[in-house]
Each structure stands twice: as C-alpha cells, then as structure tokens.
Design a protein around this ligand. Structure first.
Ligand code: SAH
Length: 507
C-alpha cells in the first residue's frame, strides 16, 4: 500500500444537501477531487482542493476532453501513487449504476488503499422528492433497480421482461428515458397491466424537478409531450399513486425559479442554502470580491491604541470577522475590548459578533447607516469612535456624528473589489433569460451589476429577468446605473429579498 488514498464518494442525487457527513469530511481533506457530470457543482463551492470534472460523454461537457473509464482509473491511481488523498465523487451512490465498483477493482489491482462512502441513490431520493415511497406497505413488498440502458428488444439483453412484468413490487429504471417506449411496450407485452400507475421523474431533487405521472401505457406519449430531459428515472408500480396525497417538494414557494445571487461568492453560502430551501435554484453572479486589506499597518496601529476609543462600530459581518481575527492573529483577544461599547448596523452583523461571544450594545431599529448614526448621536458626544469597515462605503457616520463633536476614525479591515467578469455559464443563463430574479443587495453591487451586464443580458431585464433590491438606497443606486428595479425588500437583508420575490410570485 502507498501513502495516498482514494475515497469513492456518493454525492447524492442533485440537491447539494443530500451528501453524507462522511462525504463532506472526505471533500475537506482531499488534495484532488474528480467528479462526474451528475454531481451538483454547488457541493464543490467550499472545498479548497484541486477539482476536475471528468466527462465520459461529450453531452454537456463542452471544452472538456471525454475520458475513457481506463483513463479515469489511471488518474486515480497515479494521484494516489503521488501520495495524494483523492476523492472520486460520483452522482447518487458510487456503487449503484455508477462505475464505482470498476474503479475499486482497478485500485485494488494497483495496490491502492481506498474506501467507499455510499450516497443517496436517485431511486429513493427522486421518488421521495416526488412523493413516492417505492416500498409503501400497501403497494409494494419489493423494489427492483433496473438499468434501462439495454435494449429490451435485443435477444442478448440480460433483462428478462417476463420476470420483470411479474415482479411483486416497484420497478425503477435508471438510464431509461431514451428507451422508455420500448421498455413500456416490452413490459405490457409480457403481461404488465396497461393501467399500472407509473411516473418519470426528471432532474429529481433539484429545483428543475419535473414529474409526469400516468398509467403505464400512456407514459411514453405524456413524457414526450412534456419534453422531459435526462437524468430521469422511470418508476412503475401502484406506489406511484401515493404521490397525489404526499407530493411536497414541487410545492415549495419559489419552486423552479432561478435566482441570481450577486454577493461575493465567498459570502453567498447562506443565500444559496436559503434559495434551495425555498425550492429555487441559486445562480452565482458575484459582482464583488472580498479580500484582506493590502496593508494591515493602520489596523494594527489602531489596535495598539484601542484604549483611546470609547466605541467600536461594525457595519458588516465581514468587518467583525476580519477585525476580530486580526486582533487574535496579532496576539490579543477579547479582553482588549473590555472598555469599549460596541455598535453594529444590523442583526446579521450582531450575529457575527455573537459568534465571538461578544454582545452588541447598540443595534439600530433600521438596518442603514443613517439609523446607526441617529442611534449613536445621543450617546457619543465628544467621544472617539473606531469604525472597522471596508475600503469603500458611505461617509454618513463621520458627517452625522461630527455634529456632536464625536470623531469617527475608520480603519479598513477588508477590501471590496469589483469582479471583472462573470463565469460564462452564469452569464449564458442571464443572457438567455433563464434567470427569473436577480437580487441586488447593496448600492455598489447594483452599480457593478449594471457595469457587468452585456447587451443581451440587459435586454432580458424587465421581460424575463426581474430585479429585486434590498433597500431604497440600493434602488436609488440601481436607477442611477440605468436599471429598473421591479421589487424592493421591506426588510433590508437577503431574507427580505426572498420575501419580496415571494410576494411577487404569489401576491
Ligand atoms: N450512481 C447514480 C446513478 C448513475 S446512472 C445513483 O446512485 O443515483 C445515471 C442515471 O441515474 C440517470 O440516467 C438517471 O436514470 C438516474 N439519475 C441520476 N440522478 C438523477 C436525478 N437527479 N433525477 C432522476 N434520475 C437521476
């Protein structure tokens, strides 16, 4: 055995939340991740390892070389021989109709150490999200997972349709969409009743999930009419009828909508989760990027003179994180702040503070600089305030508080930079009008969004793609950038943006 190791990990069926805890732990410790086309790229958002997509078919894999299974095996082996921890990430479960077991054989033959981390397979997951229990007690006492890849009319098919037609339970076909008609015909010819309840679930567990349900004999026609696409599962059996009673996923409030998230990518985790929770597909359209300051000297100098200040002010969660981490990294801790009162601009900034076990003394009612200045005013006469913020931002605090002779000294604890271009996939979605809503969550984001728009994308605005702003100040900035905002949040945070979309979707 060598120093390296390969983990054959199941990524689950599509919903990025449906990967196991053990799978995530493997991703976190991997040096290299090879993932296949069924894996939702959102799973890979927060891994720092080297990541490569492997393509075994050219479809959906433009600009990438199609790899043969042997080449993938070789890649796993050679990376492990270099001593790397490698994750082979595969859609669903790696051993269910994935070639995980072939990879395991190749690894064993090469003397490479490996582990298998099972995943949630499409059959149970897509069915569950479509409101179908494949083993419901009253309807099925067995379930068969079947490949639909083989042509049932070929004499050398390994599948015996007479046996399948008489199977006492639910039939689930993987990889069968393009052979649906022949599968259905063969089953009926072998004696399966025409009216057996059946369904095809396309892109199960994602916001693009679509389910067509019908009696078996009519399924191919209905699926053709609906234009369902791969990956799709065929589920056949009485248990399908349960869906009428217990379907749930497709009823989520923002189900099927695509929502552009314009925050810095490294900060979009909560919004991505929230969009998915509401049934929507988040599309990353970051307009800004967050970095540590190029120069820490002014921050360190302010930390050295902290006793001169009476107040410490934060106007973003980033400000809190960057400042307090710097305090720690330079050898101090929270005791250094014991004489200070702390103000935050809003609840999420206060929450960031709470993660360091610090309590905000002041949070204004409204989440905006004017409200923060107004709340501070009666408390800070002749005092010195340290404001840990970004390189850009409005000067409201300084001017407002100068009126009570308070000095506000700003230190830049992180930098906001404009993104110069979007990822081509996301831009394509925007240009084709596939994105339903884009959330603009600050004035600088609104301005950058306007700047990054291509002509094609701009033409979709107000038609297919609508804009929702986080606050009146942002709406104003958007309009100065020539953008028309279609909805505005009542509460000035991302949940307010989602709520505004919801109001517009189901008024
Ligand atoms: N290892 C995977 C299956 C790989 S075979 C697993 O355990 O799920 C690929 C087939 O899986 C597709 O042709 C389709 O039939 C099915 N499949 C995968 N993801 C799916 C999804 N999200 N919705 C419906 N079917 C899916």
């Amino acid at each position: 055995m060598t120093g390296g190791k390969v983990y054959l990990v199941g990524a689950g069926p599509g919903d990025p939340g449906l990967i196991t805890l053990k799978g995530i732990e493997c991703l976190q410790k991997a040096d290299l991740i090879l993932y296949d086309g069924l894996v939702n790229p959102l799973i890979l958002q927060h891994v720092s390892s080297e990541v490569e997509r492997t393509c075994r078919v050219s479809e959906g894999c433009k600009n990438r070389r199609v790899l043969q299974q042997d080449e993938i095996n070789q890649r796993l082996i050679s990376a492990a021989l270099e001593g790397k921890t490698v994750v082979r990430l595969k859609g669903g479960d790696p051993f269910i109709f994935g070639r995980g077991s072939e990879e395991a054989v190749a690894l064993r033959n090469a003397g490479i150490d490996y582990e298998v981390v099972p995943g949630i397979t499409a059959a149970t997951a897509a069915a569950g999200y479509a409101g179908i229990s494949v083993t419901h007690r009253a309807h099925a006492s067995a379930v068969a997972l079947i490949t639909g890849h083989e042509d049932p009319t070929k004499p050398d098919s390994a599948l015996d349709y007479d046996v399948l037609a008489n199977f006492p339970g639910t039939l689930v076909f993987y990889m069968g969409l393009h052979k649906l008609e022949r599968i259905v015909e063969s089953l009926i010819q072998s004696g399966k009743a025409d009216e057996t309840p059946a369904a095809v679930i396309s892109r199960g567990t994602t916001p693009f999930q679509r389910t067509v349900q019908s009696q078996l004999s009519k399924l191919p026609e209905q699926v053709r009419q609906a234009g369902l696409v791969a990956p799709s599962l065929i589920v056949i059996g009485d248990c399908v009828s349960l869906r009428d009673q217990i379907a749930w996923f497709e009823q989520k409030p923002l189900f099927g909508l695509q929502i552009g998230i314009t925050r810095a990518e490294e900060q979009s985790e909560t919004e991505i989760k929230r969009a998915l929770e509401l049934g929507a597909q988040p599309v990353l359209l970051p307009t800004i990027k967050i970095d540590a300051p190029a120069d820490w000297t002014p921050v360190d100098a302010a930390i050295a003179r902290l006793e001169e200040y009476q107040w410490l002010v934060f106007t973003s969660a980033n400000g809190v994180n960057y400042f307090l981490n710097r305090l720690w990294d330079t050898g101090f801790d929270a005791r250094k702040l014991s004489h200070l009162r702390i103000a935050t601009i809003g609840p999420s900034t206060a929450e960031a503070l709470q993660r360091f076990h610090l309590r905000a003394d002041l949070i204004p009612e409204q989440y905006r600089a004017e409200a923060l200045a107004a709340a501070l005013k009666p408390l800070v006469k002749n005092q010195k305030i340290l404001w840990a913020g970004a390189n850009r931002g409005r000067e409201v605090l300084q001017t407002e508080l100068a009126e009570v002779s308070a000095t506000v000294e700003k230190i830049v604890v992180y930098e906001n930079h404009d993104v110069s271009a979007w990822d081509t996939e996301s831009l394509k979605l925007l240009e084709s009008g596939a994105i339903d809503w884009v959330g603009l969550s600050s004035p600088s984001i609104a301005r950058n969004f306007g700047r990054l728009l291509t002509e094609e994308a701009r033409q979709q605005l107000g038609r297919k793609t609508r804009l929702v702003s986080i606050s009146p100040v942002t709406t104003q900035a958007a309009s100065e950038a020539g953008l028309t905002v279609d909805a505005e949040a009542e509460e000035y945070h991302w949940d307010g943006i989602f709520a505004a979309i919801q109001r517009n979707v189901s008024p």
